[in-house]
Write a protein that binds this ligand. Structure first.
Ligand SMILES: CC(C)(COP(=O)(O)OP(=O)(O)OC[C@H]1O[C@@H](n2cnc3c(N)ncnc32)[C@H](O)[C@@H]1OP(=O)(O)O)[C@@H](O)C(=O)NCCC(=O)NCCS
Length: 176
């Protein structure tokens, strides 16, 4: 996924600042299309989630791109972002470009729901196959993709930096 790497944690749900109440609130987020107004919060989460983060202008381009399916899980009252996903669909193929969940909201199904929602939109746009790259050591992401039926089709040697590591290329199928 992208030419960057995730923060090297064990992928386990992180302890949230507000404890159980804050984690319960993670389940109340709603899913919607990202707008330019979401980009600052998305870029902030990106810097938390990845060691080689994308910049705000890169997210702005993707928020405006016709073929990108850029969704956020956000507090309907505004102000809090639980996660985001970006999928690009062209003809019958889609690619998952980016996916991250706020550390305090991990392990609650937010990442899976974001991915499901974006892949469902990709399928509606005509995609039947979905591709992505994932860092070999990213156990949480690999478990998520495995749970959605993705399987490894190839490996890109030394694809990631900070630190250098191979990427696994995964393929999944989607249906309308
Ligand atoms: C990867 C990431 C998006 C997962 O988000 P999440 O909201 O914690 O994932 P979910 O709670 O929706 O879990 C989805 C599935 O993955 C599995 N999973 C999630 N975290 C896991 C972990 N640490 N270990 C094992 N399995 C895990 C769950 O069991 C679940 O399976 P199920 O749907 O069959 O029950 C999140 O850990 C994250 O943002 N990581 C940092 C950024 C990143 O690595 N992005 C992906 C780049 S390829």
């Amino acid at each position: 996924m992208g030419d960057r790497s995730h923060q090297m944690d064990d992928g386990a749900p992180a302890r949230s600042i507000g404890g159980d109440a804050a984690r319960a609130a993670c389940r109340e987020f709603t899913f919607r299309r990202a707008s330019l107004d979401d980009v600052p919060a998305v870029a902030t989460l990106e810097r938390i989630a990845f060691t080689d983060p994308w910049s705000a202008p890169e997210f702005e381009q993707l928020a405006l791109a016709a073929r990108s399916i850029f969704l956020v899980a956000a507090d309907p009252a505004g102000g809090h972002l639980a996660g985001y996903v970006i999928v690009v669909a062209v003809m019958d193929e889609a690619e998952v470009l980016n996916l991250a969940v706020s550390p305090g909201c991990r392990g609650l199904g937010v990442g899976g729901m974001l991915l499901d929602a974006a892949l469902s939109e990709a399928a509606a746009a005509g995609a039947t196959s979905v591709f992505l790259e994932v860092r070999e050591s990213n156990a949480a992401a690999r478990a998520l993709y495995l749970s959605r039926g993705f399987s490894e089709i190839s490996r890109r040697s030394r694809y990631y930096r900070k630190p250098v590591e191979d990427a696994l290329v995964l393929r999944g199928a989607v249906q309308r």
